[in-house]
Design a protein around this ligand. Sequence first.
Ligand SMILES: C[S@@+](CC[C@H](N)C(=O)[O-])C[C@H]1O[C@@H](n2cnc3c(N)ncnc32)[C@H](O)[C@@H]1O
Length: 288
Amino acid sequence: MNNQQVWKNYEHESKVEKFYASGIDGFHDYHKGYLNFGYWTRDGMTYEEAAENLVRHAGELLGLGQGSILLDVGCGMGTQDIALFRACNPESIDALDVTWKHIERARIRALREGVGEDRIRFHHGSATKLPFPDNSFTHLLSIEAPEHFDTREKFFHEAFRVLKPGGVMVLTDYGLVRPPRNMFERGAIDFARRLWQVPKANIYENNIYQSKLEAAGFQAIAIDTIGKYTIPGYYFEHRRPESVAEIKKIRGFWKGIVGGYLIDVGVYGAYKLGLCEYLIVCAKKPII
Ligand SMILES: C[S@@+](CC[C@H](N)C(=O)[O-])C[C@H]1O[C@@H](n2cnc3c(N)ncnc32)[C@H](O)[C@@H]1O
C-alpha cells in the first residue's frame, strides 16, 4: 500500500481532490459511501439498491470471478470494492483514488467489514500515472470517474498498459450525444464542467470516445447509453427533502445545496436536451 501523495496546486488532481474532500468528514455512512448515480431498473428502488445495482451490473459486464485480478480506478470510499469482492470473489482488488480522504475511509471500511489487506489494497494516486507495472491486471473498472481524469485519453493509454493481454475494461462515464447547437448550450456545458472539475479536453461525442479507445489499442469496444436508468433517478433522489437536509449538513449550503444543485441541473438538463448521455463502456486488450 502506498502513502499520501501531494498534488501541486496547478495540477488538476489537486482541484479534484479539494472538490471531493470537502465535507467528507461528515459523510460517514450516508448513501453507504457510494457516490455513483445508481442504476434504477425497478420501481421503488432506494438509492443504496440502485447504487449497488450499478456496481453489480459493471461486475457482470467485466466477467469478474475467481482468479480475477482487478484494478478499480476512482474507487471513491471503497464500498464498491467490498461489494464486488463479496459478490464475485476475485483473487485480489487494487483500488486507487486521487482523494486521500476517500482512501482513508476505504481502508477503515475494509477493516470494519473484515476484508483483509492481502486481498483488497487501497492506493492514493492518479489514473493518468498508475503506480503499477505493465500487464498487471486481468480486469479494470472505473465508475463515474473518467470524466475527471486529466486527460481521459491519457488514462486509456495507462489502462491499456497495466492490463494483461486479453484483459477487460469496463467504464461508466458521460459523453456528448451531439455537439452543442448554440451559445446557451455551449455556455451551460462549460459552466457545469468547470463546477464539476471536468477538463475541457474530456468533452466530446461518442464516436471520438471510441476512436480514442482504439488509438490506445483497445478492441471489441461497446459503448452503450443508459442515461434513462441513471440520470433521472439520481436527480430526483437529490430533490427529496431528506436528501437536501442531509447534503446541507454534510457539505454546507453553498457547496452542497447551491453547487450540487447546479451540477445536478446541468447534467439532468443536458440529458433532457439530448446533449449528454450516461455511458457504459466495455473494451478488451487484444491477446497479441
Ligand atoms: C463520482 S466519484 C465516484 C466514486 C466511486 N467510483 C463511486 O461510484 O462511489 C469520482 C471519483 O473519482 C476520483 N478521481 C477523480 N480524478 C481522479 C484521478 N485522476 N485519479 C484517480 N481518481 C480520481 C474522485 O476522487 C472520486 O472519488
